[in-house]
Design a protein around this ligand. Structure first.
Ligand code: ADP
Length: 411
């Protein structure tokens, strides 16, 4: 790696998509959590279909998004197309300024507690985790293989969604089921969205003018998928997602917590197959299952028009959130801040107001005018008198992956 190699390509490979960002991390070493300049970003979707689409935005070069449609057969073709777009902006993958490629990997099990340079052994271990992450890890592996083939000489780093949660104590991570059975099948709570919880909890500490070690934060990552975490002094002590991303909060299309006996009941009484139940709970439940919409904007619009199903879906969503805020307050003992992040958390003021409403006894309150401000910056929305800071802290998983990747390869 040359001394002026300061760029990191971040790849988030899904089963039929690749999201990517190219960042320059030149100032990242000393610049706090937000350092890093985005040079380009884009998305390839519907890989393997005839209607694949590549949308590339050359942020550094200026100019709008370039779109190409047409068949992109596989991840290899997708990455080559991305490389072509980057090269057109003078940012090609063969550039000596590229320091590393950082890959989002969803499941790192218990072994991967930190970002890891990928070699054959590491890749094998990520493959060994496919049974616990059948929907995610195979796509991540394909992305890694493709990128390694394209630039075998370049460090490739895996940044795991689960890593931040590996600090959870055993009493939070274990389910109360037979230990031998659980261990034989690696059944335990792993948690997800870790890169976001990590980044947002640190940014929240910064917003309070403190070091991460000095504060306890409840992070509410509310996107289409949603999870809460309790972070004590910079270390995760509990999180709402479990063996899979199904557990916990009500999400766009996932149920979150249900009595596990619901699945037996659906099998025995409704005659549903395991895969059908899986699909029901992961893709047809949550806000979508409750009211037919999974987008919070649409749900709020319907509520404003007096739609009762949308109102009930919203209330169920908020009730679950409150339960986790209460639970994590008890787990942490003392809370310095509650941070809202991701699509819903950053944008939906009514969700923030409703989730915190009535929690004055816990030291939590939201100031209506601060809550109404729209901004892309981290900000406080609690009144000055509140004992607990309530904050909106935009997440940036790509920046965090780039930061961790760059820190590892320049260490
Ligand atoms: P993902 O989990 O797919 O990364 P995001 O974090 O981008 O999701 O969040 C997507 C969700 O954010 C949308 O489904 C929508 O419900 C919500 N959202 C985005 N913008 C707004 C807004 N202005 N008001 C309310 N909700 C919003």
């Amino acid at each position: 790696m040359t001394a002026n190699a300061t760029r990191v390509l971040v790849l988030n490979s899904g089963s039929s998509s690749v999201k990517y960002q190219l960042l320059d991390m030149a100032k990242a070493a000393d610049g706090g959590s937000a350092a890093g300049v985005r040079l380009a970003a884009g998305l390839v979707e519907r890989i393997g279909e005839t209607t694949s689409r590549l949308a590339h935005t050359p942020l550094a070069a200026g100019g709008g998004t370039r779109e190409t449609t047409g068949p992109i057969a596989d991840h290899d073709a997708a990455l080559k197309a991305v490389a072509g777009e980057l090269a057109a902006d003078g940012l090609g993958l063969d550039s000596p300024e590229l320091a590393a490629i950082g890959h989002r990997v969803v499941h790192g099990g218990l072994k991967f507690t930190a970002p890891t340079v990928i070699d054959d052994v590491v890749l094998k271990e990520i493959e060994r985790l496919v049974p616990v992450a059948p929907l995610h890890n195979p796509a991540n592996i394909t992305g890694i293989r493709t990128a390694r083939a394209l630039r075998p000489d370049l460090p490739q780093v895996a940044v795991f969604d689960t890593a931040f949660h590996t600090t959870m104590p055993e009493h939070a991570a274990r389910y109360a089921i037979d230990v031998a059975t659980a261990d034989a099948h690696r059944i335990r709570r792993y948690g997800f969205h870790g890169t976001s919880h990590d980044y947002v909890s640190r940014r929240t500490a910064e917003l309070l003018g403190k070091a991460p070690e000095e504060v306890n934060v409840i992070v509410l990552h509310l996107g289409n998928g949603a999870s809460a975490s309790a972070v004590r002094g910079g270390r995760c002590v509990d999180t709402s997602m479990g063996l899979t991303p199904l557990e916990g909060l009500v999400m766009g299309t996932r149920s979150g917590d249900v009595d596990p006996a619901v699945t037996f009941h659906l099998e025995r009484v409704a005659g549903m197959a395991t895969d059908e139940i899986d699909e029901l709970l992961n893709k047809k439940s949550g806000l979508l299952g409750l009211c037919g919409d999974n987008d919070m904007r649409e749900i709020r619009r319907r509520i404003d028009e007096g739609d009762e199903r949308a109102a009930l879906a919203f209330d169920i969503y908020i009730h679950r959130l409150k339960k986790y805020i209460g639970a994590y307050t008890a787990v942490l003992g003392k809370v310095d801040a509650v941070a809202f992040t991701a699509g819903v958390g950053e944008n939906a003021a009514p969700v923030r107001a409703a989730a915190i409403d009535g929690l004055e006894e816990l030291g939590m309150a939201v100031d209506a005018s601060l809550n109404a401000v729209r901004s892309g910056e981290p900000r406080l929305i609690s009144p000055a008198y509140a004992r607990v800071a309530v904050a909106v802290v935009p997440t940036d998983e790509e920046l965090e992956i780039a930061r961790q990747t760059y820190a590892l390869v320049t260490a």
